[in-house]
Design a protein around this ligand. Structure first.
Ligand code: IMP
Ligand code: MG
Length: 174
């Protein structure tokens, strides 16, 4: 497998996260905000987005795994690590790296809604276009990208390339 075309540069990502962070800062004034990052992919977005939020936010993480091949989600989600804290009455914002089939977020939304947060929002850096998925109410979204497999900025192929500072397409000739 080879890294193909760079789709989104590090500077473009930073500018977008600054916009998203400013919007979050405006929207959650005087609210007690808890950011929930979905491991592993979202750890980079979480760290950089949070530093563009000018509020005393708290952090928690969930680790999920969706069964499937290296590049396709099956829709069956397994919780590998649950939240450390209760979220009843809290303003919660889920931070994701990418929305592909939307199955992971759909599962998480249902799972977290049962715990009765005061509000439950979604933020994702990347949304894949051209995918047939159930409607998702995204509160903050970064970039729409074509339905190709991408790596970098937290996203992996077979566990690797999460540390690339940009988003690149994986070459089709894998
Ligand atoms: P979904 O449930 O299909 O929306 O995708 C959930 C997870 O699959 C994401 O959080 C990513 O971890 C992974 N994923 C989806 N598309 C890609 C991709 O293009 N590159 C790397 N990981 C991806
Ligand atoms: Mg993954």
């Amino acid at each position: 497998m080879e890294i193909g075309e760079v789709l989104i540069t590090a500077d473009e990502i930073d500018a977008k996260l600054a916009e998203m962070g400013a919007a979050i800062t405006r929207d959650y004034q005087n609210k007690d905000l808890l950011l929930i990052g979905i491991l592993k992919g979202a750890f980079v977005v979480m760290a950089d987005l949070a530093r563009h939020i000018d509020l005393p936010v708290e952090f928690d993480f969930m680790a999920v795994s969706s069964y499937g091949s290296a590049t396709k989600t099956s829709g069956v989600v397994r919780i590998l690590k649950d939240l450390d804290q209760e979220i009843a009455g809290r303003h919660v914002l889920i931070v994701e790296d990418i929305v592909d089939t939307g199955l992971t977020l759909n599962y998480l939304l249902k799972n977290l809604a049962v715990r009765k947060p005061a509000s439950l929002g979604l933020a994702a850096l990347l949304i894949k276009d051209g995918i047939d998925r159930p409607p998702l109410d995204m509160k903050y979204e970064g970039f729409h990208i074509p339905p190709k497999f991408v790596v970098g900025y937290g996203l992996d192929f077979d566990g690797k390339y999460r540390n690339l500072p940009y988003i690149a397409v994986v070459d089709d000739s894998i």
